[in-house]
Design a protein around this ligand. Structure first.
Ligand code: NAP
Ligand code: NAG
Ligand code: NAG
Length: 317
């Protein structure tokens, strides 16, 4: 149980990746400021977390079953928390989906929304009323750069992250009135099981009803570029955990945090040109004109972001 002065943190999707990384980093806080309720939908997958938690397990970290897609599971887990008191809710559970839209079933698309959008909404609905009553709390969402900028062949995943961004951006204003803070964390590529699951899925899926030309673009332009970008720009779950801990500990937590500065110019492009054509054509160029050329897209992003940061550095602030 949490001791006096400790903040109770509930995190979804802690069996691997970013959720596991955040859970362990907070549980290992030197001053033991956090009591972490690390949740996952299947406790049979808890070994990796328990092992990484080491001697914090049973002290500053406990494990609880929670499937963000199930009303009963969410209710049961939150009810099991003393006084239902959660200071910090971290919505991390999420699934990916890539491929040409023609080749994906509507069922698969809905599953992505069920987890990434409605899963987070279900959690927020369960926890937020108590936070409002107490006039204190912090809701964090592990969103994505793709919640701000769409990426080819990630149509539905990006849409699910845009959806949660729109939801939270709206809700955040009202929550401020109740002294409840909302923060979005927007990682670029991160080396986790997410990446592996995606390539695994792609190698198994058939993508029926997709014309050969689109399949060719997907397999020979998109996929190699994607592998390339993960290799060149991928962060670790610990990188994301560090940013998240910093946001939690900030006296005035920011609403948005891009974890990877290389993506700042990509997002800036979108707002720099209100016709939207600048980002559209930049992405087109990256995918089709440079896709096959090793590392070029990564280099372009580095150059873009360097000149952007330089401009920032000289602009009077
Ligand atoms: N990796 C990236 O490049 C990247 C980039 C930007 C944002 N993100 C976001 O970061 C978050 C974490 O992803 P990750 O990279 O750490 O991937 P991951 O290693 O695949 O972890 C995803 C976690 O979500 C859990 N999950 C899936 N469906 C769930 C459900 N219905 N209820 C509860 N938990 C569920 C998974 O549990 P199971 O083990 O039971 O499947 C797993 O623990 C996601 O929201 C993702 O969209 C990832
Ligand atoms: C979950 O709860 C909502 C109302 O809060 C209800 O509309 C929905 O049908 C429930 N889902 C299941 C699977 O019971
Ligand atoms: C607002 O929330 C913060 C952090 O949870 C808390 O320290 C502070 O006491 C709260 N302020 C009010 C006026 O309730």
């Amino acid at each position: 149980m949490a001791s006096a002065g400790q903040k109770v943190v509930l995190i979804t999707g802690c069996s691997s990746g970013i959720g596991l990384g955040i859970a362990v980093m907070l549980a290992r806080d030197k001053q033991q400021r956090y009591y972490v309720i690390a949740t996952m939908r299947d406790l049979k997958r808890q070994d990796k977390l328990v092992c990484a938690a080491g001697d914090t397990y049973g002290k500053t970290l406990t494990v609880c079953t929670l499937d963000v897609c199930s009303n009963e599971s969410v209710r049961q887990c939150v009810d099991s928390v003393k006084d239902r008191h959660i200071d910090i809710l971290i919505n991390n559970a999420g699934v990916g989906l890539v491929g040409p839209v023609e080749g994906l079933s509507l069922d698969d698309m809905m599953k992505v929304f069920e987890t990434n959008f409605f899963g987070a909404v279900r959690m927020i609905k369960e926890v937020m009323p108590d936070m409002k009553k107490r006039r204190s709390g912090h809701i964090i969402v592990i969103s994505s750069v793709m919640g701000l900028q769409g990426v080819a062949f990630n149509d539905v995943y990006a849409a699910s992250k845009f959806a949660i961004e729109g939801f939270c951006e709206s809700l955040a204003v009202q929550l401020l009135k109740f002294n409840v803070t909302m923060s979005m964390i927007e990682p670029g590529p991160v080396h986790t099981e997410f990446e592996m699951k995606m390539y695994d899925d792609v190698s198994k899926k058939e993508y029926p009803n997709t014309d050969p030309e689109t399949m060719h673009h997907f397999r020979t332009c998109y996929l190699p570029t994607s592998v390339n970008i993960f290799q060149g720009l991928g962060q670790t779950p610990e990188d994301i955990a560090k940013v998240t801990k910093k946001v939690i500990e900030s006296p005035r937590p920011p609403f948005r945090s891009l974890t990877n500065p290389l993506y700042t110019p990509i997002v800036a492009l979108k707002y720099a040109d209100d016709s939207g054509d600048l980002s559209l054509h930049t992405f087109y160029h990256m995918l089709y004109n440079l896709g096959g050329v090793m590392h070029v897209s990564v280099r372009i992003m580095k150059v873009l972001s360097f000149s952007c940061m330089r401009r920032r550095a000289v602009s009077p602030d």
